[in-house]
Each structure stands twice: as C-alpha cells, then as structure tokens.
Write a protein that binds this ligand. Structure first.
Ligand SMILES: NC(=O)c1ccc[n+]([C@@H]2O[C@H](COP(=O)([O-])OP(=O)(O)OC[C@H]3O[C@@H](n4cnc5c(N)ncnc54)[C@H](O)[C@@H]3O)[C@@H](O)[C@H]2O)c1
Length: 450
C-alpha cells in the first residue's frame, strides 16, 4: 500500500489523529478550522494556459477512454503515459501517434514510476485513472511537482487522505479535480437546469446511489477484478458514493451555500460475493475461501447544514438492473431516474408521472445542446466527453473548475464516514468542513455553455 503524505500541516494532522481516537467515543471527525492565509484563500483558479499537456497515469479501461476523448479535444497534447503494464503504455503511445501528435514518453518501471512522470517538464495536468489505493499518492505527487491533478472516483478512501488532497491543493495552489462523470449526464444536467429555473421549487430532498451488479467484474482475472474485490474484504460502508451523490449535491448547492453536515449509515449482510464464488469456481479455488466484510447493500442518510436530506446507496454484489436512483425533490415537484420521470404540480396530470422526454426541448442543458454530436460514441453515453471537455476549457481559460478539491473531499469522505457510522450501530458522524467555512459564500454552479 502506498504511503500517505503527512508533511503538510503536522499540527492539524496530530489534532485529527487525536480526534480520530475520540471518534470512537464522540463520533466527530470535523474540527479542522485553521484559518487560511491570503494565498490559500484563492486556491480555486489558476492562470490560463493555451495548451494543456497531459500525463496519464493508469490507462486501463477508464483511463484509455479518457485518452481517446482528450485526443479529440482542441488544445490538448498527451505528452506522457504511465501504467504498470507496459503493453497498455505502448497501446496509448500508438493511439497518440495515430492522432498526429508526437509519441508521448512512456513510464512503466513499476508502481511508483508515476513519480518520474510527475517530475517531467512537459506535463501540466496529471490525469489519474489508477485503482483506488493509488489515487492520493498520484495526485499529491502531481501537485507537489507543480502539476494540476485530475482523478477518477472516489478521490480518496479515508478522511485523512481527503485532507491530504485539500492541503496539497491549497499549499501548491493547484487544481485537484475529481472526475465525477455522472455530473455531466444528460438527465443530470437537465435536472440541474430545471432546478436553477425553479421548476421544482425549493429543493428539500434527494436520493442517489450506485446500484450495479459488479459480481463478474469483481471476479474477472483482468481489469477491476485485479483490485476491486480486495476492498470488499477490508471495508464495510459505501465504497463508491460519488456517482449517486455528485449530481444531486450540485442541485443542492453543496459547498456553495450548503454543506453535508452529518450522516447515519447501515450495511446489511454480505452474501453476494460468497455465493458467486461458490457457484463459479472449482472447490479448491482460492476465491472460494475469501471472506468479505462489505455488506451487499449499504444505505446512508445525509443531513445538510440547511436541514435538507439525502439518501445514498451502494449495492454492487447482488443480481439487479443498473440504477443510480437520481431523485431530486422540491416544494413544487420532483424528478426521478430509472426510468426518467417528472412530476410538477400544476403542470403534470394530478398524482401522475410524466416521461422526462416531454421536458427535454424546454430544459436541455446548453452543454448537451452544444456538444451532443462531439460526445456521441464516447464513454458512458457521452457524458465522459463532456466532462473532459469542461476540464480542458476551464484550464485553458483560467476559470475555476466545475468540481474542485473541496467537492472531491466532501463526496469521497463518505467512504470512511459510512464505515464509522455503520460500525457504531448507525450513530451519527459529522462531516469535516473541508472548505473551512467558505461554503457559506461560494457561488452556486452556473449553467454554462460549451
Ligand atoms: N467514472 C466512471 O464511470 C468510472 C468507470 C470505471 C472506472 N472508474 C474508476 O477509474 C479507475 C480505474 O478503473 P478501471 O476500470 O479503468 O480499472 P482498470 O483495472 O481497468 O485500470 C487500472 C489501470 O491502472 C494500472 N495501474 C495499477 N496500479 C498502477 C500504478 N501504481 N501506476 C500506474 N498504473 C497503475 C493498471 O495496470 C490498469 O491498467 C478507478 O478509480 C475506478 O473507480 C470510473
């Protein structure tokens, strides 16, 4: 397991460790309120750059999809590629050359070779799509070396590591963006647009989740099968909270007028992976003697500082159709996904859902109006392209990124908070305020054009 970077703010880390010891008794993990110095107070923008030179770390399934997108986005050059599997590096080098760019430097000398990539002169942004255990070491190495960081989800698996990202972004004044692609889904952005236009009134409640039968993926001899199942032997909570939470957090102005305040969480029994192993592997296979602690269904209930409620679920070990729930409810109506439907008081037939398609012409988000043809064929229905496009646009124009390091930390810390609450008979646990009070004055996400 990679080591954590503890060199920043040792006093506060010591405080947190003490607080961590107390967590078992008082169940609070917040309290980090050290004032920001003048430089730290503006960490969310960076000077514009005409061209963004990207170094990719981890180019398996999702990393390669981002490489493909980035090769189509104007103003991007892929200058470096790193993976512990040399064939993946070579394949990406081939793609880049086919896209008429110079062959990027390759790094495949082992699990810490990303450090050499982070040190390279010709990289502005380190784009990280490694397994979860490597997200924080790669991002902190990038920022320490003067590079912006973008990481796949979740950004970090512990509260300490969430703080490490925040502290590095503030100290080195670099972006650290969690690439939550579901924020850019077509229904998700349409709902954000409807919320901004007041269609649902004041938003009071939301539900999201990651409900995806990953049993065959977790037991695959390649890709995520090589690392994702192992987490189920060690952690029991919501290991993947951000897909369900990201879009509804934006609708609720989390970190921009409101913030997650506390949660309670509960996991049920662990059965699905055991059962799958018994049914798919021979009697002497090692998979059959693995023991999992991850409850097949974890449900957490979050309350915000302004008193709003959010349910977030994790459910990846049982047979079921895919869903992220995606429910956003206000004083005048609601949206619910899977299938997408809308109810607006005074507009919908009384007590009856309407299909969301009826609202598309009126409320399509401008990013989808502008980018549908470019996004066609890209990963996850095109939302990955729009996500990558926005990141590059913000960097090139020196704008604040849509998602910042505080969002990365607030959404990801649910991994450990849900684990703590569940282990304590679902007692309430506090969220740290990673923004140190700035959530009160930050402005909500605007509805932007491409
Ligand atoms: N946003 C989404 O919709 C989405 C979808 C899939 C995966 N993901 C996320 O993307 C990340 C990667 O998932 P994936 O499905 O691509 O997994 P994967 O196993 O296919 O790819 C991971 C890659 O990282 C490489 N790697 C492992 N350790 C490394 C290290 N120390 N240095 C460099 N390379 C290393 C592996 O060789 C592999 O090529 C995960 O964080 C996952 O949660 C997100």
């Amino acid at each position: 397991m990679p080591s954590k970077d503890d060199d920043l703010n040792p006093d506060r880390r010591a405080f947190l460790r003490t607080a961590g010891a107390v967590v078992g008794a008082s169940l609070t993990a917040s309290g980090a309120t050290a004032p920001l110095d003048a430089e730290q107070a503006q960490p969310l923008t960076a000077p514009p750059m005409p061209e963004v030179r990207i170094g990719f770390v981890g180019v398996g399934s999702q990393g390669a999809a981002h490489v493909r997108n980035m090769l189509q986005i104007p103003g991007v050059r892929v200058t470096a590629v790193c993976d512990i599997v040399d064939e993946r590096v070579k394949l990406m080098q081939k793609w880049v050359v086919e896209a008429k760019q110079r062959e990027p430097a390759g790094y495949s000398r082992g699990p810490r070779d990303f450090e050499r990539l982070c040190d390279a002169e010709d990289v502005d942004l380190v784009f990280n799509a490694t397994p979860w255990e490597w997200h924080v070491p790669v991002c902190t190495a990038a920022m320490k070396n003067g590079k912006h960081a973008a990481t796949e989800v979740p950004a970090a698996m512990t509260i300490d590591d969430c703080w490490a990202l925040v502290e590095h972004a503030e100290k080195y004044r670099k972006h650290c963006v969690m690439m939550e692609n579901c924020n850019y889904g077509r229904p998700e952005l349409m709902v954000l647009n409807m919320v901004r236009k007041g269609v649902f009134g004041e938003i009071l409640h939301a539900e999201g989740g990651y409900m995806h039968d990953l049993r065959s993926v977790k037991f695959s001899p390649q890709g995520e099968g090589l690392w994702r199942r192992a987490w189920a032997t060690k952690r029991n909570g919501n290991l993947y909270p951000t897909h369900g939470l990201g879009p509804v957090a934006n609708c609720m102005d989390i970190n921009r007028g409101d913030r997650f305040e506390y949660l309670v969480s509960m996991s049920g029994p662990s059965r699905g992976l055991q059962q799958w192993a018994q049914e798919h592997f021979p009697a002497d296979a090692p998979q059959r003697s693995e023991r999992y602690v991850l409850g097949d269904v974890n449900v957490s209930l979050v309350r915000t500082a302004r008193g709003k409620t959010i349910i977030v679920s994790h459910d990846t070990n049982l047979p079921r159709p895919y869903s992220r729930i995606h429910l956003v409810q206000g004083t005048r109506g609601l949206f619910q996904g899977y299938p997408d439907r809308v109810y607006v008081e005074g507009r919908s037939p009384l007590h009856q859902w309407e299909t969301a398609d009826k609202y598309r012409t009126e409320y399509e988000h401008p990013l989808w109006t502008d980018l549908t043809s470019q996004a066609e064929g890209a990963g996850h229905g095109g939302m990955d392209y729009i996500e990558d496009y926005r990141l590059i646009k913000c960097l090139r124009e020196g704008l604040p990124t849509d998602m910042n390091v505080y969002d990365a930390a607030s959404l990801s810390c649910i991994v450990q908070l849900s684990e703590q609450s569940n282990a304590r008979r679902s007692s309430a646990v506090d969220f740290p305020d990673f923004t140190r009070g700035r959530w009160k004055t930050a402005t909500p996400l605007a509805i932007v054009r491409a």
